[in-house]
Write a protein that binds this ligand. Structure first.
Ligand SMILES: C[S@@+](CC[C@H](N)C(=O)[O-])C[C@H]1O[C@@H](n2cnc3c(N)ncnc32)[C@H](O)[C@@H]1O
Length: 307
């Protein structure tokens, strides 16, 4: 199909649905699928309400060192607001050349064109390696399809904020639901924003040792086994064929934490719980473990296997 015709068809769908996405979700899903068949997967143009833009940027704690990329950037309001109100740099990608033109004009009018740039392109081919924050207001199949693309490119600790449509199988690190007066053509409606912090990859086996003596813990070495599902971990420590299961094990970017009660002698019963926290740097981790009796030791771990 010639691109002018495709663009026209998109705009007609967009106009028909403008401002009423929430109420018309089934229709939008059908439209999104139909458009996806003869071209790239596509979400029609519906703007994020201004108060929702602010909440998206706030939940991601955007600041002047951030680079905010909006995938499917519409009129450019999210990166432009990030620059104007939070001092960030950024940009966006949109398939619609007219919207890209409008966005660059909006950025110039807002006085942030030196820090914010919009380009025409398909979100699935976008280069987001520079981004510390990625924002999305796209239909569920696109949000879901973008997950591996984003995880491949973004550095640990980068944030993804999605408006209304979460990732399947990835628990959000934070969620907020609130009233957005501009939704549904000004009749108002609910917005939900989902925050995801990109976790470092830690799956596998690690040798963990303790530095510093504590009467409440064997100094190791322990074998730390980690099974990772996004930021959530199943963790256990092993020594002398005994398994000491950990709880509350999770990642926040490159930060790791878990709690486990450990023995004072190899193979003995677990004593007091220790809260381990640390930082992951490739194949090593270092951190501090504390217990409720005022005990504190340093720990380090090195990966021995990735399975
Ligand atoms: C719902 S609007 C969101 C606009 C803006 N992000 C906002 O929140 O106000 C979705 C935008 O994504 C664009 N879009 C849809 N599918 C796309 C694709 N595969 N690649 C790039 N842009 C796409 C549309 O042109 C539209 O501007």
């Amino acid at each position: 199909m010639p691109s002018a015709l495709r663009d026209g068809r998109r705009r007609r769908v967009a106009l028909a649905l403008a401002g009423s996405w929430a109420g018309a979700l089934p229709l939008v899903l059908v439209a999104g699928r139909a458009l996806a068949q003869d071209d790239k997967p596509f979400s029609p143009f519906i703007t994020t309400p201004n108060n929702t833009v602010m909440r998206m940027l706030s939940i991601a704690t955007v600041g002047k060192d951030d680079h905010v990329i909006d995938l499917g950037s519409g009129d450019g309001r999210i990166p432009i607001t990030a620059a104007l109100k939070f001092g960030a740099s950024g940009g966006g990608v949109d398939l619609d050349a007219k919207l890209v033109e409008v966005s660059n004009r909006n950025a110039a009018e807002a006085g942030v064109a030196s820090r914010v740039r919009f380009e025409r392109g398909d979100v699935f081919a976008a280069d987001v390696r520079k981004a510390t924050v990625v924002t999305l207001y796209m239909l569920p199949p696109i949000v879901q399809g973008l997950k591996p693309v984003l995880l491949r490119q973004l550095r640990p600790g980068s944030r993804i904020v999605s408006h209304d449509f979460p990732f399947d199988g990835w628990q959000a690190d934070a969620t907020e639901t609130f009233f957005a007066p501009e939704k549904n053509n000004g009749r108002g409606g609910e917005s939900t924003v989902f925050l995801y912090v990109v976790p470092v990859e830690v799956h596998g086996r690690w040798t963990l040792t303790i530095t510093g003596n504590s009467p409440d813990m064997l100094p190791g070495p322990f074998e730390l086994r980690l099974q990772q599902s996004n930021q959530l971990l199943d963790a256990e420590l092993n020594v002398a064929r005994q398994v000491y299961a950990a709880r509350d094990a999770r990642l926040a970017g490159d930060r790791v934490r878990f709690t486990t009660a450990l023995p004072v002698e190899a193979g003995g019963p677990p004593r007091v719980p220790w809260q381990f926290s640390g930082r992951v740097d490739g194949e090593t981790m270092t951190g501090i473990a504390r217990n409720d009796r005022g005990g504190e030791v340093r720990w380090q771990a090195r990966r021995t296997a990735r399975r």
